[in-house]
Design a protein. Structure first.
Lengths: 435, 435, 435, 435
């Protein structure tokens, strides 16, 4: 990519409530990274939302006085053709499917969560074929484009693209950027002054060092019991003895593994009260779209931050900017493992610090890998890779093996029950399994 | 070791009810592998049993008309000095400790078992310092001797010896030899005609091929639902779909992992009825020693086979014989990993096929490693290695990490509770933790 | 392969002067491994030799009173169809080509030798396409057959088959078996009592241990300056200081690398006197065929042993026997590396100890790899793998890289000169390079 | 290291003719990286030079109007105590030793060069014990200091420090920075706009990609025959076919390996004409010190650039600056391998791109490793590691193995001759070999 030309961006799932975030990001960076065309594309079922959010995007650009063309379309190929960057933020089966991903496991006493365990598996089984379809379009119409994948389970989806297409891709999560921000705030410095080390995979990483101006503040942070967390995961406190012998700070998603009993109870309780997380999100979304409709709204509304994906678009715009300018800074991304985590397959996706050049992000060797967590990490990655294989082949046996060997699934018989019930419930989105 | 000289054997824990088995083995092989001296050694607390079983051993030798000298002693150093082979079969804390290893976890809803999970950890914490003490004697008094370790958890204990002493050691389990026998019987051939492939570690292996006269019968065995099992593990049937998608036969111990809920329920039920496995063994042992006392008994009594360690001594005598004669046959043993399982540390102990030369067993590269099980295998081995580190250092934090990351322990808080309660209960055997 | 049925053997290049050796081997082992059909196949140009040696083979079988059918044919497919074992002993371009392989390098001051360096490369470039053609027939007509490759450069040819066909193959060299025999003789024991360890690749291995009845005699052998060698490589003495600091015994072929100057001088001198090794072999062969014609000759003539390939057929028959009977003994063979030599590619061929089961030879982990030699070993293997790539693609650039990076080629300019001259000289046998 | 405080620098071998370069570097960067104290330390024999160059340094600082204290001392410990950075630029045995390193090999028909082959070995054998002695002082007196090693053979010396001391160290060579400059100049861009990839070890690397504003210009450069080189290595042209099939640009030092015959001839010829490179350097140095004496000289004289180490100090100051400011830019440095080059030992030093954080340089995974060169690279690294072992132990056998297996040494007998003669010639500097 030449670093001279103005850019074309395609946002798949452009009707998402997140879109104003990324539009704001483009506006802020316009001087250094000029966007020529922004294509918001969605499917027929999302047309109404696309129009609402698209009009808001246009108003935001106009308000900023910038010559960015905003296009709304249902024609994916038109949006992709010649794009420099393609982002995906989609939900195959919509929030209804998410409800099932959460509801069914919980009803069998298993964590129901859309990024890991049975819920994560089914979200992946629905999404992988769709994303690979999009990749075919990119291979044909924009072979030099970078695909940024935000779609959960981001680690699995990214790995699937890396294995089964030629598209250049990176997986993005807001959890790392949130830690940078937490750390900077904690020590009253800028984000550029901090450098945490992340070890692991998407939603299953550990922070193993936390440099602030070159000094490792991790022991201090662990001692203080200071922690970073997110609005969408219940923030039970970590046990102090556990953290200190772990010698690392687990991502908040690791509560599903380290506090399984408590988290499950909490899920059940809040399901009774508020419904699942999917139900909560439904309500938040409905409110957001009400706001978006207001023709006087010309900027990203504050309420969007509650939605749960804080700083997602900042992460994306940062990455674009580094690829565009060959910035060679360090960012925490989902990329192909290579030799970085030596016990995982080379073609597994991992979430670690990378130096971002114009050729793409290159993962940096890890300085501290806690021996304690290697088995857990290996087990979840195995589930992820098997899930991809199942999505591609439609092989129920492989899906069963993936579930059985996931640490949150208690036995073969529970795995079988969940598999049957969830396959049936997702039938219309799983043609590979029902040919 | 020259293959000419007659041998000196030292049996640590010689007062064990298993001793008649190994004596029988020596008698049967005497022509090819002449034993000159057999030293049965035990601790003060085991003196009475040592005398009973020792006298039986003498009667067995006399009955066979062989010039094997049987010595009974409480002086371990005397027994070890100049030995060619040392075997260990011991139980630090006796059956009382085993009861606690089983009882405490079950009372907190966790599998209570003396070879894995919390029970396995505490058996290891008690045993590792004692075995390393024995190793110091061997290093000094019989530096060329081979140490055969039968003591459970055999994988952990063997790895501890390999890491922390210079003694040449092999870990032995009867589970593989039972599979050879099962397979030979199933197809009506001799054991020499079969060659199963084992992948994994002690009590956590999968049979991934089952050659009978050069042909792989594994698919057939899986199809038939034929299985091998042992008297000491409840033999719930494997799910057919699970086995067939697994493409391997799990050892019966894997029921603790694949049928956790059912096994736990079964443990609870049979605990109410018969007490724990430790209680059952107590009763069987008492009966055996009654038999052993009979001066007319001059051979191994049939009832010993019920004891649960069938063919242990056959495995041991086989191995001795191959080391003694440089036989270069294939046996399934617990040895140092090296590069065999590439995602485990080189100094981990694994249980795989080895070719046994006079220099010791060399593990053979694996031909089939099911991707499905790599995470589970890695997780349990991590627990094992951390357990050794905890045993050596007496570091509670490491012990906590080991427990938390064991797949059968459901959460950090359960791990903490178990750790505290079991440390307290084992206080007198854990000087490293209570200095 | 069932171990019941009588076997069909196909010998490609059956008109070779070596054939009586292998026939003798089959006769000796007949009781344990009955051969039903022996097919000797050759090309049109070798018809005359095939008839001579074929008739001798028939007389040998008749003399032994065995019901082995000996077939002579020019139809390779007929010979291969349904065979259990196929062996190759061939020379594309005949001895004339070998003369050029030796002559041209020597004339440019470079070792000229048919198994390494420029000579080895060109022998490989001529042979690889032919052997892969044979493999296509085997894949089609005898998919379960084992292909034993004797054809030099055996390491390269074996690796090519492993990489570019599905045929099960093993590379065989007589150098290891000669060392077993040397060692047994030196210590007055049987070959079964010795176990040397070989580290390396074909014609570039080091013996790193030499067990005799379980005791390592290597230091003693190095001290004595005792060595094994072959009639076809000039046996200059090894320097004692060098051997002792090396801590291993190099194969006699390593003289080309460790005594390059002396060996080159010797080659030049003997070329003037006797012509190249090819010329010597020519004369020996002519004499052998004179003997073979004698209708009274009914056994392998003593003179064959001078030919340079002593015990080749013993090695082959040993291997067949172990595969046929699932013997699980240790033999030194050329097989796929896997993880055995960790710095070489997994699909490289290496020459190491293997345990031979009915499923094939499995290489055994090495116990001692001298750090000193790793670079040399890596360099020559790189040349070998590049040579295969050049043979397949006909890419001159890859051939140039292979030559430049071979340790016996002194510079890029010499490499270019040799490449041009030898390509031209071998034009008719290198269609891939001259399309 | 806090990024606030002013720095103390110790230059071991401060009397070197290079010193004005590094002083100039400190002056230029003063605003961003303030030096408080600059300690130039040398040995008694170098006192005179130290005074001359030290006075020049003081004049340079004064001219720049900066508050940098310049200290001259023969007391190494005083210089090191509390230093933030220590650099070494020294020559054990002075230029007389270098003459021998070059002269003796050439007289036996072998490349005589102070950074590889026999010459490099002996420079290393003399230097390693001295540098490790310095490291002991650093461990004691400045445990947080970074040691920058410029002393040749830089790869070996750096690896020795990494293996045998706790000092944080980086090896520096000017060859990479020269390539950055060559590339930037070639395309008329700034150095920040270029990013070449380096694969290999010190003085034996290949440039495998040459990004200019994100586009790989390597194929173009190879096609044009454009090359970078240095004044101290004769710049024979590379063969076009060779370069294009290599797919990489070799460092100019690789001419010793790829054009051995020509380079040797050239060395012999220029030795007759001008003496060895050591003689040339002697003359240049004498002239430089004449200039330095001039009290009117207050800046680095132009003539220093001819000396052969162009941009050495720029490289050093760049690195210091990045460590000091946690800059996280990419620099090409000699560091511990880890998993970067997977066929070399983890503790080998390699020369590759690193991202430089305040914690030190972290090597970045390589994107292109030409298979062709792996053997050569492995062979030379093996020689390097053995050389270190020989330097530490004084073991002649290991030194012999290192020489024999170096690609530029033609045979065991030449290696032995060289070893004996060079050991004798270096006797006074090799106490480990002559105890």
């Amino acid at each position: 990519m030449s670093n001279k030309k103005a850019l074309k961006i395609a946002v798949i799932g452009g009707g998402s409530s997140y879109t104003p975030e990324i539009v704001e990001g483009f506006i802020k960076r316009y001087d250094e990274m000029p966007i020529r065309e922004l294509w918001l594309v969605d499917i027929e079922a999302g047309k109404h939302k696309l129009e609402i959010v698209g009009e808001l995007a246009k108003r935001m650009v106009q308000q900023a006085g910038l010559p960015i063309e905003v296009h709304l379309t249902l024609d994916r190929r038109e949006a992709i053709a010649g794009a420099d960057f393609v982002t995906t933020q989609m939900r195959v089966g919509l929030l209804e499917a998410r409800k099932r991903d959460e509801h069914i496991p919980i009803s069998h006493g298993v964590i129901g969560q859309e990024t890991t365990g049975p819920g994560g598996m089914f979200k992946a089984l629905r999404t992988v074929p769709v994303i690979l379809d999009i990749c075919k379009d990119i291979e044909e119409l924009a072979p030099d484009a970078w695909l940024f994948n935000f779609t959960n389970p981001a680690g699995i989806v990214t790995e699937a693209v890396q294995k089964y297409s030629k598209v250049k891709t990176v997986g993005l999560c807001n959890s790392p950027i949130n830690f940078y921000k937490f750390l900077a705030k904690e020590y009253g410095v800028t984000e550029r002054d901090v450098l945490p080390e992340f070890v692991g995979i998407n939603h299953l990483h550990w922070v193993t060092a936390a440099y602030v101006n070159g000094e490792d503040k991790l022991p201090e942070l662990i001692g203080k019991g200071r922690e970073y967390t997110a609005s969408n995961v219940t923030a039970f406190d970590w046990d102090a003895d556990f953290l200190s012998s772990l010698g690392a700070i687990p991502t908040y998603y690791l509560r599903y593994f380290y506090m399984t009993d408590k988290m499950l109870e909490d899920m059940k309780a809040s399901m009774e009260k508020n419904g699942t997380r999917a139900d909560v999100v439904s309500r938040v979304e409905a409110e957001l779209f009400e706001l978006y409709k207001d023709v006087n709204l010309k900027e990203k509304p504050k309420q969007l931050e509650q939605r749960g994906g804080a700083y997602y678009s900042e992460a994306a715009v940062n990455l674009m900017y580094s690829l565009y300018t060959d910035r060679r800074d360090i960012q925490t991304l989902n990329v192909r493992n290579g030799n970085i985590i030596d016990f995982l397959p080379e073609d597994a996706s991992i979430e670690v610090n990378c130096v971002v050049t114009a050729q793409g992000p290159i993962p940096i060797p890890l300085q501290n890998v806690p021996a304690h967590v290697t088995g857990l990490l290996h087990a979840v990655k195995t589930y992820e890779s098997l899930t991809i294989e199942a999505a591609i082949t439609g092989d129920k046996g492989i899906a069963l093996q993936a579930l059985v060997h996931h640490p949150l699934v208690p036995s073969v018989s529970v795995a079988k029950t969940l598999l049957e019930e969830m396959l049936e419930a997702n039938k219309e989105y799983l043609p590979n399994f029902f040919k």
